[in-house]
Design a protein around this ligand. Structure first.
Ligand code: NDP
Length: 405
């Protein structure tokens, strides 16, 4: 039985830890012991309390600043986990990978590294660790959330079972939930706003096509949500998908936003509140976006009030036996059901469950390797099976025609 060290105690971590504990309670041999460590110990203790109440499983907690590589290394040496699951923020990816290298421990995360002073998403920094992880005989699994994560698994599953070749891929992410707040983000506000305000970028005919943020819009009728405006955005799985499935001519990522969200965001941008460079305030430097995060609701606090569904999937057009076809694989997740089961809203749920499944893939030996890997590099079948069993069931349907846009 394996020991897991989970870093971070936000919404995603809470879901992942509840799901791992459910497996322990059910006598599944994959997960044996869970240690939860984060910057704020009280948040770890609150999750541990909820896990105990809901599943009867006791987990241990610890305080850690994961940016501090020696402290992180010492924690891993003390706890001796089989796998470190990084559910803190993208800034912590490299320090935690350094500590894993120093201790010879496997690593998993759900979001690619970002430097604090530049809103830039690139796998380069983490892919650069490949040779060192390989030499150390350990594995890093990158991006085991929903998007990135399940979206790549969906794509590989389509390729494996339904296509000889995929030509175009559209990833559609719709959060049809309403949290009742004027403005809030459904995962870490700082990371979320950096992502949403970045230039759009998609992959087409062997090159990146870039445009201003949130300008290309399409209406799409999402099952269990209804018609929504979705916007072309950059998202990190485009980089790993175009690398691992180079046959795909065009890869785009779309995310839905309501008009009220966009209006608030435009105002915040216009007044400078989304800036990530330091400004002087009363004699000290502050980063406006970090201050904004401090006054916005914590995503983990939105669970109780959020109603509605998320609907995230991929639409692929390609060829099988000489015939063109278009398939749509998706999951619909209810915010209310996610909250009832784990005390967290659907966006945390759709990320935390795949983080648990990624950990199970590694610990059970179904996904194995030495080095740094993305989700597309492994067999999608056991992951797809666990999605169905652990709260994120998916459907596949054939569309009459490729997307008209
Ligand atoms: P939260 O902000 O709710 O939680 C982040 C947690 O990390 C907090 O508990 C925070 O501690 C902790 N943390 C931050 N800095 C450090 C540090 N230096 N050392 C130790 N702990 C630290 O975020 P979410 O739970 O919403 O998101 C977690 C991760 O999941 C993010 O990386 C996000 O980008 C990713 N994500 C991925 C998705 C996907 O589909 N792939 C979708 C949604 C999110 P404190 O409370 O003290 O600030």
């Amino acid at each position: 039985m394996s020991k897991i060290l989970v870093i971070g105690a936000g919404g995603v971590s809470s879901v992942a830890v509840h799901k791992m504990a459910q497996l322990i309670a059910a006598g599944n041999a994959t997960f044996g012991e869970i240690v939860l460590a984060s910057r704020t110990l009280s948040k770890c203790e609150a999750i541990a309390e909820s896990v105990k109440q809901r599943t009867g499983v006791a987990i241990t907690t610890a305080q850690i600043d994961a940016d501090d590589v020696p402290a992180m290394t010492a924690l891993i040496e003390q706890k001796k986990p089989d796998l470190v699951v990084n559910l803190a923020l993208p800034y912590q990816d490299l320090p935690i990978m350094d500590a894993c290298l120093a201790t010879g421990t496997d690593y998993l995360d759900t979001a690619n590294y970002e430097p604090r002073d530049e809103a830039k998403f690139e796998y380069k920094w983490q892919w650069d660790y490949h040779d060192r992880f390989k030499e150390a005989g350990i594995m890093a699994l990158l991006g085991s959330g929903f998007d990135p994560g399940v979206t790549s698994v969906f794509t590989c599953w389509l390729k494996k079972h339904h296509f000889d070749r995929i030509d175009t891929l559209d990833i559609l992410d719709c959060n049809g939930g309403d949290h009742g707040q004027h403005f809030a983000t459904n995962f870490n506000p700082e990371i979320n706003i950096r992502e949403v305000t970045a230039n759009s970028r998609h992959w087409e005919n062997g090159q990146w096509v870039e445009g201003p943020p949130l300008t290309q819009k399409q209406e799409f009728d999402f099952e269990a949500v209804g018609p929504k405006n979705m916007y072309l955005m950059y998202h990190e799985e485009i980089e790993s998908l175009k690398t691992h499935l180079p046959e795909i001519q065009r890869i785009r990522f779309w995310m839905t936003f309501g008009d009220a969200y966009l209006t608030h965001l435009a105002v915040l941008q216009n007044v400078g509140m989304t800036r990530i460079d330091p400004v002087m305030y009363e004699g000290r430097e502050i980063i406006p976006l970090q201050f904004l995060k401090a006054v916005l609701p914590e995503p983990a606090s939105l669970g109780e009030t959020t109603k509605g569904n998320t609907n995230i999937g991929v639409i692929a057009t390609g060829v099988k036996d000489g015939v063109e076809k278009t398939l749509y694989v998706k999951n619909i997740c209810s915010h209310e059901a996610a909250y009832e089961e784990t005390g967290n809203q659907g966006v945390s749920y759709t990320t935390g469950v795949p983080a648990m499944i990624g950990a199970a893939m590694k610990l059970s030996g179904q996904w194995q390797g030495k080095g740094v890997f993305n989700m597309e590099e492994f067999d999608p079948d056991p992951f797809m099976e666990m999605l169905n069993q652990h709260g994120l069931p998916w459907t596949v349907e054939e569309l009459e025609a490729p997307l008209a846009f």
